[in-house]
Design a protein around this ligand. Sequence first.
Ligand code: TYD
Length: 211
Amino acid sequence: MKPGVFITFEGIDGAGKSSHVQALAEAFKAQGRAVVVTREPGGTPLAEKLRTLALNEPMDPLAEALVMFAARRDHLVQVIEPALARGDVVLCDRFTDATFAYQGGGRGFDWAVLEQLEQVVQRTPAAALRQPDLTLLFEIDPKVAAQRLAGVRVPDKFESQPAEFFARVAAGYDRRAREQAGRFARLAGDQPRDAVWRDVLAAVKSKGWLA
Ligand code: TYD
């Protein structure tokens, strides 16, 4: 049995990551791998309820971080760890880096406290600290991302934040990507979709997970 693979997709709202999640799932399935496609906050019935709260109810930054991590704990235990134990490929639209970027960078919440929460929440019987094997970070100018999102849909609590918020979120992602450079692939999200997809495939192939 091949070992499981855990890949996460990150970037500010409007960076274009989500359209590549399904495409990468198909690429893995075409090579005979079992794939679990999931998202955060969410991925279980409880975590989806917490998602609705987190994306719609005003709350202070610590409460928001705790809701994100509560949803993550349930998702990790119920879905991600069992899938990795089976040897599946897990493709997750956002994970902990989003908490560092949005709650840490965007909201200015204490980075060190997030690191403590991460240590507690992501400790499982199988991993002292569960982290993605690869994180695809879709980078784009926050102004361009805002233009992409404008008028497309009713914005949630985060999407309706001003441009300065997203500049701080992008800075949070940048910090995380520099602190944990080994698992990050940084992709230029402002290219045409085909070019971004080529970069996604190259990043995954370089790990030897796709032929
Ligand atoms: P997103 O993943 O972009 O889904 P959709 O495309 O359906 O809007 O939305 C999730 C939102 O939640 C996004 O604005 C980022 C935010 N978020 C956090 O603030 N912290 C987190 O830890 C996570 C996982 C997401």
